[in-house]
Design a protein around this ligand. Structure first.
Ligand SMILES: NC(=O)c1ccc[n+]([C@@H]2O[C@H](COP(=O)([O-])OP(=O)(O)OC[C@H]3O[C@@H](n4cnc5c(N)ncnc54)[C@H](OP(=O)(O)O)[C@@H]3O)[C@@H](O)[C@H]2O)c1
Length: 263
């Protein structure tokens, strides 16, 4: 099902979440054409959600739509195209019949050489991983605040906990995303809105293909963890959970030693 353009959506504060007894909720997933986002769309639909799935690769979205049927609607969208977000958001909310959950999973992590300082590449990472999160997060925050319920979930990364030499700007985008999500959580808590930060460790997806990451979990395992974190109104969740310990250790390494490490 593809949503048609529509000028506005009627927000209904305090309205009951789902449409009918069989719909558990309504969700928008951005970055849904592969990896963690696509796996989460499948899980949410299996759980009874009606989901709008967005990304740039229309052919992948069409496959998802064919697989999942009426419960999934798709829209081709490039998150760097921020000016369309307010109208698109309203259009999707209207098409879904309301909104309970926004998940931002869009992200890029291009290869960066050890002596590479390419500003255009770095800005592209920030535009996708951070500015898109803010553009979509702000729309959801406004709606959820007014209806006094809803959940915003951002897929951050373990890479945001420390400034590693290998990926200076990817890590920056995730650290800034963590900061934005924490601030949203603190703003929206009194309105009954939940904000969930997910920090995956290693996940087998197109982003990490060929990197030979040991101990990586599947995208579906990651999606299951995200779904649980959303259901339990977690604040920050590492996936798998052992990455919490890794984060504490990495944070505690003095800068003098950290800068001599190859991670
Ligand atoms: N894999 C890991 O080990 C790992 C670890 C920590 C965090 N993460 C985070 O998890 C999230 C999902 O990544 P993944 O591992 O599932 O990789 P992936 O399979 O490459 O998925 C990335 C998704 O982002 C979308 N995307 C990228 N640029 C976009 C743009 N300009 N506009 C709209 N959508 C865009 C892609 O769709 P299109 O290309 O079709 O647009 C795709 O659906 C990312 O934020 C990543 O940083 C991954």
């Amino acid at each position: 099902m593809t949503v048609t353009e529509s000028p506005a959506v009627v927000h209904s504060p305090g309205a009951p979440p789902p449409d009918g007894p069989l719909c558990k909720g309504r969700a928008i997933v951005i970055g849904a054409s592969s990896g963690i986002g696509a796996a989460l769309v499948r899980r949410l639909v299996a759980d009874g959600y009606r989901v709008a799935a967005l990304a740039r690769r229309g052919e992948r979205l069409a496959e998802l739509e064919q697989e999942l049927g009426e419960a999934a609607l798709t829209r081709v969208h490039d998150v760097t195209d921020r000016q369309v977000v307010p109208v698109l958001f309203e259009d999707l909310v209207r098409g879904l019949g309301g909104l309970d959950l926004l998940v931002y999973a869009a992200g890029i992590m291009p290869k960066v050489g050890p002596q590479e300082y390419d500003t255009e590449k770095d800005v592209a990472i920030l535009e996708t991983n951070l500015c898109g999160m803010i553009a979509w997060g702000n729309e959801a925050a406004r709606l959820f605040g007014s209806q006094r319920r809803g959940t915003i979930c951002g897929i951050s990364s373990i890479a945001g906990v420390r400034g590693r030499r290998g990926q200076p700007v990817y890590g920056t985008s995730k650290a800034a995303m963590d900061h934005y999500l924490e601030a949203l959580r603190n703003r929206l808590d009194e309105y009954g809105v939940h904000v969930v930060t997910i920090r995956p460790g290693f996940v087998e997806t197109e982003m990490t293909a060929g990197l030979g990451l040991r101990g990586a979990i599947s995208a579906d395992q990651a999606a299951r963890g995200i779904q649980r974190a959303i259901e339990r109104h977690a604040t920050v969740r590492y996936l798998p959970r052992r990455w919490w310990l890794v984060a504490q250790i990495v944070r505690s390494i003095p800068s003098f030693f950290f800068r001599r490490m190859s991670i």
